[in-house]
Ligand binder design. Structure first.
Ligand code: G3P
Ligand code: MG
Length: 233
């Protein structure tokens, strides 16, 4: 089961910061999930539409210039990184699930990913792009079909994994409470690996492993990996 660091190793470092990315890499995560918004024309890594919850600032990300945004304290002296800074830190040696949060943030992404491939040594297979905003995700996929997309849902879908097939997605990303045997079986039948968020509790890790889930998003990559190794030899 793949260990995906949720917002970096965000249980032990400020979420979506370079410190959280460095820790996820150090802890041997298989991949890192990050959330992106547009700030002016730059893709920045932050979860909420507003900066209030994770930084020293207030108000919408959209109201900030990049310079202003990067003056805020994102926890323990960390800054809100750009997507480019995060990709640069991992230097082509990590898989990323880039979750599109802000409106329009699909637009500059293909060019930035291509630059990461050309200049940082990434391969297209190292990226999965996901979003709750399915029309935006579909638009990204039309513009840049060379990248895998993940159909993301926080709901229990009426037609199981059908919405992921409709999106022509490569993976299914589902909230932990919404997982069922039926959903997993349906996803498998459709050839879709299933990734579940956010899983930090050992009991849930065990249950999902037994259900045949392919990966978990966890705030504690090291601890989750150790638990799985001890309980599933
Ligand atoms: O991409 C999985 C998960 O991160 C989706 O929910 O709110 O943590 O971004 P959220
Ligand atoms: Mg996310």
């Amino acid at each position: 089961m793949k260990i995906i660091a949720h917002r970096g190793a965000s249980g032990e470092a400020p979420e979506n910061t370079l410190a959280a990315m460095a820790l996820a890499i150090e802890q041997g995560a298989d991949a890192i999930e990050i959330d992106v918004h547009l700030c002016q024309n730059e893709l920045v890594v932050i979860h909420d539409h507003h900066v209030d919850k994770t930084t020293s600032g207030t108000g919408p990300v959209l109201d900030y210039s990049l310079a202003e945004l990067q003056q805020l304290d994102a926890g323990q002296g960390q800054r809100v990184p750009t997507l480019w800074q995060v990709l640069k830190l991992a230097a082509g040696k990590m898989e990323f699930n880039i979750e599109l949060k802000g409106h329009g943030c699909d637009q500059p992404l293909p060019e930035l990913l291509q630059r990461a491939i050309d200049e940082l040594g990434y391969r297209p297979e190292q990226f999965i792009i996901s979003s709750f905003h399915h029309p935006m995700l579909a638009r990204f996929h039309r513009n840049a079909p060379q990248y895998a997309i993940g159909a993301l849902t926080a709901c229990c879908p009426l037609d199981l994994a059908k919405f992921a097939t409709d999106l022509d997605a490569n993976t299914l990303h589902v909230e932990a409470e919404m997982v069922s045997k039926e959903l997993i079986a349906d996803a498998k039948q459709r050839g879709l690996p299933v990734y579940v968020y956010t899983v930090d509790r050992p009991k849930m890790l065990n249950e999902l492993k037994q259900l045949g889930v392919d990966g978990v998003f966890t705030n504690y990559p090291q601890r989750s990996r150790q638990h799985l190794q001890q309980h599933h030899q």
